[in-house]
Design a protein around this ligand. Structure first.
Ligand code: KG4
Ligand code: ZN
Length: 354
């Protein structure tokens, strides 16, 4: 263990402990990834993620199985995150955990573990909003976006355009009225007969396909909100029609279908993001969440950013899908503000904004 190191990102918060080193253990267990991360002064030391393959055979996350797998994974995951960071529990200054939103049984595993640890160590507990943390994943990189920035957060459960005015000051400008972008990918994949989670498989197949081969409709939703349920229905009818002509239609045209679906989802997302940038005049533009791992979205964002003169930011792959590093980074900002949670804090499945 080194001696005290200067805090890296505290200056804008009137930090009173600028020369102290602050080490935080963060835990994420909101859905089907058990993750632990150690962060020191806003620098991620470790980010360990245990995925749950068991859900594949059911075509989606089974909440009861997810909670059980979290219970099996949490001790070894925390242990490896601490050990690889060269940190022992006595070095910790706080324990952070995802409080909401998510599957309640999954959240309870991480929440109870973090509360017990904070209580046993006599250290503060920091409760983190999962969607806020996805946005803050962009602050892990160097250079990080400057405030205010816009973030398109696209995950399995959410699709939001957020204005981030300071690390903990965010406002949702638009969001999906029905399915999330990740759901649009996963449900399309299911219709194509691909296993869960289908998003990464559509991405992989799309890389070898022609995005102009098939055309899917773009919903006309006013303002900055999104809708993906119509797209899902049109894909269903498209495949029914194709399979009526040839039962092997989907298999024979898989790459082109995936590329065309992905292209439509990406254009729906980027049209609204472009509109938000125009309306707010903001040119610092980020993406976050599991779908920000999508190659088509990443490439299209960079291309659009060049055209519009934006500074674009995309988290590293490991910080796109659910991970504890984003929880640790958000907790670091909360620590600096003294925003600690009571040990009576209870996880919440709902997505109310922090
Ligand atoms: O953020 P995340 O890990 O979990 C939630 O908070 O929901 O997002 C998971 C979602 C899933 O729908 C998954 O299919 C999608 O992100 N996803 C992708 C890719 N990687 C993950 N979708 C499209 N392309 C990808 N490469
Ligand atoms: Zn997430």
């Amino acid at each position: 263990m080194g001696g005290p190191t200067p805090a890296r990102r505290g200056s804008s918060f009137g930090l009173t402990f600028a020369t102290m080193s602050v080490t935080i253990l963060a835990i994420e267990s909101s859905c089907d990834e058990t993750s632990a991360s150690v962060c020191r002064d806003g620098r991620i030391l470790t980010n360990y993620i245990a995925s749950q393959a068991i859900h594949e055979q059911y075509g989606g996350v089974v909440p009861e199985l997810a909670s059980r797998a979290h219970m099996q994974h949490i001790v070894p995951v925390v242990d490896i995150a601490l050990r690889n960071a060269g940190v022992t529990v006595s070095d910790l200054d706080a324990v952070a955990v995802t409080q909401a939103p998510g599957l309640i049984g999954s959240l309870l595993v991480g929440g109870s573990f973090a509360k017990s640890m904070a209580l046993a160590l006599g250290k503060p507990l920091i409760a983190v909003h999962h969607m806020q943390a996805h946005v803050i994943a962009n602050m892990i990189a160097d250079p990080a976006p400057s405030f205010p920035f816009l973030c398109l957060t696209v995950s399995g459960g959410h699709t939001q355009i957020v204005i981030c005015k300071s690390p903990l000051e965010m406002e949702v400008l638009g969001e999906t009225l029905d399915d999330a972008a990740g759901e649009a990918f996963d449900k399309s994949a299911k219709l194509l007969g691909l296993p869960y989670p289908g998003g990464p498989l559509i991405d992989k197949n799309a890389a070898n396909g022609d995005p102009t081969r098939f055309s899917f409709p773009e919903p006309q939703i006013p303002g900055l909100d999104f809708s993906f349920s119509g797209l899902k229905t049109s894909i269903l009818y498209f495949l029914q029609h194709g399979r009526a002509q040839d039962p092997e239609f989907a298999a024979k045209n898989m790459n082109d279908i995936c590329a065309s679906i992905q292209d439509r989802i990406v254009t729906i997302l980027l049209h609204k993001l472009g509109r938000a940038a125009k309306e707010t005049g903001i040119k610092e533009i980020c993406i976050a969440g599991g779908v920000s791992a999508n190659r088509g979205l990443r490439d299209a964002l960079v291309a659009l950013g060049k055209k519009r003169g934006w500074n674009t930011y995309i988290p590293k792959f490991e910080y796109c899908t659910d991970n504890a590093a984003m929880i640790a980074m958000t907790a670091w900002y909360k620590y600096q503000q003294g925003a600690f949670a009571d040990l009576s804090m209870s996880p919440s499945a709902r997505a109310e904004w922090a």
